[in-house]
Design a protein around this ligand. Sequence first.
Ligand SMILES: C[S@@+](CC[C@H](N)C(=O)[O-])C[C@H]1O[C@@H](n2cnc3c(N)ncnc32)[C@H](O)[C@@H]1O
Length: 280
Amino acid sequence: MLYRKFYEQAYHKYLNEENINDYILRVLIMEVQGMKQDMSEFFLNDAELKDEKLLINYIERVIKGEPYQYVIQKARFLNNDFYVDSRVLIPRLETEEMTINLLNIVAKNCKNKQINILDVGTGSGCIAISLKQKMKNAKVFASDISQDALDVAKINCKKLHTNINFLYGNMLEPAITQKLKFDVVVSNPPYISNFKEVSESVLKYEPHLALFAKNGIDYYEIILKDIRKIINKTAFVAFEFNYDQKNKIEDLILKYLQNSEYTFYKDFASKWRYVIICIK
Ligand SMILES: C[S@@+](CC[C@H](N)C(=O)[O-])C[C@H]1O[C@@H](n2cnc3c(N)ncnc32)[C@H](O)[C@@H]1O
């Protein structure tokens, strides 16, 4: 059967089911066909379906609630396909927005300078690797307390031909111990305090170490109270946070970084989502 014929049939058969939609169905077909994940290619081509049994297995796993990115072991982030599996959080759109904005700000302010960047809690390595790709002059470090996550980040580093320095350990501790100094520190730490805030699928499949923080804002305070130990005289710090944490994050900035300038940003859903702080 041709893959577009399968798509037509599957469209009617599966799209009333939960967890699957038209986009995901096409992604799964393209994956089995070994096609580049480029939607315009889907309808421009057609070919014999390569492995119907495998495709049906993928569809059934998605319908049962497994995120399609884990099924195909790929997640798109800033024009790259990152390898992902259940050892790491699936990179989110909001994180992409923060990374783009940070890139623009740092590029404008640190033109041609040799800078050091640290990504705390790197997971799949999506932030660190994307920053390194766009800022060739930067020396980029990425840390995590999960050796499993670091293993995945290293796979991505190799896959995407980037050079990152990995640090294993708790928050800023490895950087402090090694007396490293940075011009940019970025983190999307665990920030969910209530199990009820996440969907069943996230709860079942994504690593809890990447999601939960006892009081929600614990990790921002851990980072901010020691940030001066690991930064140069001027530095940028960027945090992603949960939509209802803006006021608490602002209190922490005022407590630990008086006289710094900072801007809060909303995400595509108009929810407060990240902050970029300029420390002088
Ligand atoms: C929300 S995920 C972010 C992953 C990735 N940076 C992203 O944006 O997709 C948080 C990451 O922080 C790591 N983490 C959790 N507790 C940590 C700690 N105490 N020290 C360092 N990393 C930690 C988790 O293993 C996870 O990879």
